[in-house]
Design a protein around this ligand. Structure first.
Ligand code: FES
Ligand SMILES: [Fe+2]
Length: 404
């Protein structure tokens, strides 16, 4: 890990590290807008982390494969013939052609469209037809050890496919251990996907992670979080949410001060079976969870909603989100309107980002406004509330620490 000394000015680092949070200052606007800082992140930050890039349900059956682009790299996500999810570099080892250019089902191998080199679903080279002029190409064998599709280190956790491009990060379960521990009582693996949605928005990826606070709720989420008295004790100023940052994770966990939130009861129109539990936890479970740099997993009583934020350009991020429900919910008529209610709350009734209704369109619109403001030098001077925004500064420190 570097300390960012070569990239950030001494004044910037000193202001960021100011012990009294109300007196601290955040990172300058250029880290959100400049191509050179974006390039630096692409080269120095993301490859050594675990990035969420896809969902296991993107390739539900053996032989399913989709092409993906991550960090500008063409990749293949595949579920092999044993049901194991793999990520491979999507580059033929003969003369570098994309091996897979569209989603496919029921594959038994990958065949390069240029000269027919063939790879099994684990990426192993199995045929180089007519390399020596004969169909079996036996006289000039091509060594599969040196010429198979290059694997990318990957791990599936709670339906999210993570990759570590550099290959040297700690094991994923170690990397996100505080989050794994927080959610360990929930049987997330058994959940079934109900909806997936992908969209681009015009803001830097870091603004997503800097949104890991609840101060914005009543201002941004009209119709969803409408009362500040639901967020904080208005007399004492003590929030009802603990803001937790630990290692590569950040969480927003309700505390014991929060008044209980009524949930739909069985038989009522909004009712859905809750996420099954392996055991009852001692206290509250964090609802809003971030695995740095680019993955979030939200736990509601009735749905699990992971989201992946793929940086496309300094001012463009792609969001890939999915909603998972308890077994037996999806496809059951009696739950259809409650499932739609969950999706309405997240995405608005039209399911369109431009509608600016629903939690995610509202958040992303606000991030676009933050991004636009960062073309002004005034945006170099940002402040943090001690009451609400310790996670925001934690994340900014984390970014500085990652940059060599
Ligand atoms: S480039 Fe793939 S077989 Fe020639
Ligand atoms: Fe929000």
């Amino acid at each position: 890990m570097g300390n960012g000394q070569a990239i950030f000015s001494a004044e910037t680092l000193q202001a960021l590290r100011e012990p009294v949070l109300d007196n601290a200052r955040g990172l300058p606007a250029s880290v959100y807008t400049s191509q050179s800082f974006f390039d630096l992140e692409q080269a120095s930050l993301f490859p050594k982390t675990w990035m969420g890039i896809a969902f296991d349900t993107d390739v539900p059956k053996c032989g399913d494969a989709i092409p993906l682009t991550v960090q500008g790299l063409p990749l293949i996500l595949v579920r092999d013939n044993e049901g194991i999810i793999r990520v491979l570099q999507n580059v033929c080892r003969h003369r570098a052609t994309l091996v897979l250019d569209e989603p496919c089902e029921a594959l038994t191998n990958f065949k390069c469209p240029y000269h027919g080199w063939t790879y099994d679903l684990q990426g192993g080279l199995i045929a180089t037809p007519f390399w020596d002029g004969t169909p079996g190409s036996k006289s000039i064998p091509v060594d599969p050890c040196k010429n198979s599709l290059v694997p990318v280190r990957c791990h599936v956790w709670n339906h999210v496919v993570f990759v570590n491009l550099e290959g040297t990060a700690p094991d994923l379960l170690n990397y996100l251990e505080p989050m794994d521990r927080e959610l360990s009582h929930l049987d997330i693996d058994c959940l079934e996907v109900g909806h997936r949605q992908t969209w681009d928005f015009a803001a830097n990826w870091k603004l997503v992670m800097e949104n890991w606070e609840v101060y914005h709720h009543v201002w941004v989420h009209e119709g969803v979080f409408d009362k500040m008295s639901d967020e904080v004790d208005l007399g004492s100023g003590d929030p009802y949410t603990d803001m937790i940052a630990d290692g590569n994770t950040m969480m927003l966990r309700a505390n014991d001060r929060r008044p209980p939130i009524p949930q739909p009861v069985e038989g009522s129109s909004g009712y859905l079976p809750s996420i099954p539990r392996k055991w009852e936890p001692d206290g509250h479970t964090s609802a809003a969870n971030a695995v740095l740099p680019n993955t979030t997993v939200t736990i509601g009583a009735m749905a699990y909603a992971p989201a992946l934020y793929i940086p496309i350009a300094p001012g463009v991020t792609q969001a890939r989100m999915a909603w998972y429900f308890a077994p037996g919910v999806i496809g059951e008529n009696c739950f259809e309107s409650a499932v739609n209610g969950v999706l309405d709350r997240w995405l608005g009734p039209a399911r369109k980002l431009a509608d600016r209704r629903g939690i995610r369109p509202q958040d992303h619109r606000c991030m676009e406004l933050q991004q636009a403001a960062r073309s002004s030098p005034i945006a170099d001077d940002v402040k943090f509330s001690t009451t609400w925004e310790q996670n925001v500064r934690y994340f900014q420190h984390w970014v500085v620490d990652q940059i060599d």
